[in-house]
Write a protein that binds this ligand. Structure first.
Ligand code: SF4
Ligand code: SF4
Length: 382
């Protein structure tokens, strides 16, 4: 299985429309975080370190759909926290699907069996199941025994009911290429559409700080994993563009385009991206696009971006490169990323030279700006 043709065509049409009208910055994906509360506490998570009153807030159905309409992105990813804790999530998903946008509901799957019948199978709706490895690795990553089995059972259940399903995998320090390859082999046997994979971003607010990969480590790890795949003649399908895979294998010196994946959550529109949580918020999409100092973010431009190779920053760049150099992209798509030879050099570091290098702004407190429409809930489903 792969991304359905209808999705590929609609997204390509959207990008071409933007290019033909000369728009330089536009989102491919809206990350809609309807809450930060979660029923797990993974060691590499940068989303759950908020006080109780923030964890209890919810983005309302009206605000969620307004964000979808405001930014116009053809794909909406719903991470969290754990989105299935949000009682109005079925209405949010239904509203997005009615707009013919492609929704990826990212869940740790613990609550999926309880809530699955609140959703309908559709080409516009995909369960994106968090799975960071085989049993031992995944249960360690989520800091709880038994979650791997629950996630696998949930994948099988969703497939049996005719849903689109992908696996969402983050790789951390200490991964073994062979084990990751074994995991990818196994994931593909579950009948999933594809695997989304990225090196974990080193969140300042994550419970553990020694789990994150450095930039060169990430590139080598992906080369080793792809090399293992070649040896096995593996049939892995990734829910990512071939050029992004080439980038994480160290063959492309891409700059981040954070506007390619915009983020809306209980604080409003997050500047500049899904990963950086201390840079401030905008009250509208227009304000986000017009007031964010985009030039202060990306490889070599900001120390907080040093180790980032996440798809929310670089998939947009990879897609643009695909449109600009289709033959190169076709070659990578057919042959896979290069796994030996010198890596593309990283972009130069300029933040030490910038006059405002120390003025990468941290707002007084992001948590002082809750969305007005957010409501309080106290019960967390486990
Ligand atoms: S399941 Fe996701 S949101 Fe919840 S703690 Fe883990 S990484 Fe964070
Ligand atoms: S490189 Fe881009 S996506 Fe990564 S943290 Fe910086 S701005 Fe965000």
């Amino acid at each position: 299985m792969a991304v359905p043709v209808i999705q590929q065509v609609k997204v390509a049409k959207y990008i071409l429309g933007k290019k033909l009208t000369g728009q330089k910055r536009y989102p491919l994906v809206l990350m809609l975080e309807p809450l930060f509360q979660c029923n797990l506490a993974c060691s590499g998570c940068g989303k759950i370190d908020y006080p109780k009153e923030i964890l209890q807030k919810r983005v309302s159905v009206a605000d969620a759909l307004k964000a979808v309409d405001e930014c116009g992105a053809p794909m909406v990813s719903i991470p969290g926290g754990e989105p299935l804790i949000h009682k109005e999530l079925p209405q949010i998903v239904e509203g997005i699907v009615a707009r013919k946008k492609f929704v990826y509901l990212c869940t740790n799957a613990i609550l999926l069996p309880k809530h699955i019948d609140e959703y309908k199978p559709s080409p516009y709706f995909t369960w994106s199941i968090h799975l960071d490895g085989l049993k031992e690795q995944h249960d360690r990553a989520v800091s709880m025994e038994g979650v791997f089995e629950k996630a696998v059972a949930a994948i099988k259940l969703a497939r049996s009911k005719g849903f689109r399903v992908t696996v969402n995998c983050t790789l951390f320090n200490g991964e073994h290429p062979k084990e990751v390859a074994d995991f990818f082999d196994y994931a593909m046997t579950l009948g999933i559409e594809g695997i989304t994979v990225a090196p974990g971003y080193s969140y300042q607010h994550a419970p553990k700080q020694d789990v994150f990969l450095g930039r060169t480590q990430s590139k080598q790890l992906f080369r080793d994993i792809f090399g293992e795949g070649k040896k096995r003649d593996a049939n892995w399908v990734f829910n990512l563009s071939p050029m992004y895979l080439d980038f994480i294998a160290g063959n492309q010196a891409y700059q981040c385009q954070p506007w390619g994946t915009v983020t809306y959550n209980v604080f409003g529109w997050q500047k500049p991206c899904y990963l950086l949580v201390d840079e401030g918020y905008a009250s509208s999409y227009k304000e986000l696009m017009e007031t964010t100092h985009w030039e202060n973010y990306g490889v070599g431009r900001n120390p907080k971006c040093d180790n980032c190779m996440a798809h929310c920053g670089f998939e947009g760049t990879a897609v643009n490169d695909t449109f600009a150099h289709p033959l190169k992209a076709l070659r990578v798509a057919l042959k896979g990323p290069c796994i030996d030879g010198p890596m593309a050099p990283d972009l130069p570091v300029t933040y030490g030279k910038r006059a405002d290098a120390t003025a990468v702004k941290i707002p007084v407190s992001a948590i002082q700006r809750p969305a007005e429409s957010a409501e309080v809930e106290t019960h967390v489903e486990l």
